[in-house]
Design a protein around this ligand. Structure first.
Ligand SMILES: Cc1ncc(C[n+]2csc(CCOP(=O)(O)OP(=O)(O)O)c2C)c(N)n1
Ligand SMILES: [Mg+2]
Length: 280
């Protein structure tokens, strides 16, 4: 019997090989996505729409995933996804984009969609830089990191995006490092199935192989080993004294709720308004 790679049903083979750099962790994200669909028994993606911005991570759904997708302007994936969801609420809308796209130029859209508990799943591939434009500092670049725009080290504090989203009205927030593949895949499944309502946010810590890992003189394998030590489950992280938390990345599911979403509330208000009009 021919061995069949589990992602083959979900990837457009005619556009392979990908344009990702050799060793880029975006391929792992693509696999996690494909395996999540496969394990949920979802082969027909016609009720799914993928939306991305501009950047390396934005190429994961478009052109590589075999599904309807739209590559929007840099930073504008969330407004486009919101428009699609409002125009056709029966569609499942998934945004996949980078830290620059979602937390920098599109940061305002991100926090407001989360505040509204908008019915979209947002997957942020946090590679710690603007990779496509060759490694500039982004709002998630850790302090001290050397990038092409911070040659003496980044003196700014980064955003902890997942923590910010936890404080909003979002229903689901999780963060995983690329080494936490099984947990990441399970989280995607959870956000697609059991918690399929409202704003769902998954951050994936996946340092850019070219402008972070190799720029620091490390190898892809070495970086993965280092990451396994740095990524600490949330419950252990919270037990660490403050001075030991720096340099660690808390991973896990930070929040999972099933509060009424934007679409639920919108529908109920439309009913109220129509009822009011009819009642006049
Ligand atoms: C309005 C606008 N500003 C700037 C750019 C240039 N640009 C393209 S991709 C990008 C950053 C991408 O970084 P990120 O979203 O983190 O994705 P990555 O490439 O790191 O996966 C920038 C600044 C653009 N295309 N459009
Ligand atoms: Mg990036």
């Amino acid at each position: 019997m021919e061995a069949r790679h589990p992602t083959r049903d979900y990837v457009r083979e005619e556009v392979l090989p990908t344009t990702f750099c050799p060793g880029c962790y975006n391929g792992i994200v693509m696999n996690a996505m494909a395996l999540a669909f496969k394990e949920l028994g979802i082969y027909d993606l016609r009720s799914y729409v993928f939306v991305s911005g501009i950047g390396c991570a934005s190429w994961i759904p478009n052109p590589y995933l075999k599904a309807d997708s739209i590559h929007t302007l840099h930073g504008r994936a969330i407004p486009v996804a919101t428009g699609i969801k409002l125009a056709k609420p029966s569609l499942n809308v998934i945004v996949i984009a980078g830290d620059g796209d979602l937390a920098s130029i599109g940061g305002n859209h991100l926090i407001h969609a989360a505040r509204r508990n908008m019915d979209i799943l947002v997957i942020m591939v946090n590679n710690l830089v603007y990779a496509m434009t060759r490694g500039q500092q982004s709002p998630t670049t850790p302090q001290g990191f050397i990038t092409i725009t911070t040659p003496y080290g980044n003196f700014e504090k980064p955003f902890d995006i997942s923590r910010i989203i936890v404080e909003t009205n979002a229903n689901y927030v999780a963060r995983w490092c690329i080494v936490n593949f099984p947990q990441l895949k399970e989280s995607i499944k959870e956000a697609l199935a059991k918690y399929n309502r409202g704003f769902r946010f998954i951050e994936i810590w996946a340092p850019c192989i070219t402008y972070v890992v190799r720029y620091e003189g490390k190898t892809a394998g070495g970086a993965l080993k280092e990451m396994s030590k740095k990524c600490v489950p949330l419950s252990d992280y919270e037990k660490l004294p403050m001075e030991k938390r720096d340099g660690c990345i808390a991973v896990g599911v930070f929040k999972k709720e099933l509060k009424p979403s934007f679409i639920d509330l919108y529908k109920s208000y439309v009913e109220k308004a129509v009822g009011g009009v009819n009642g006049i």
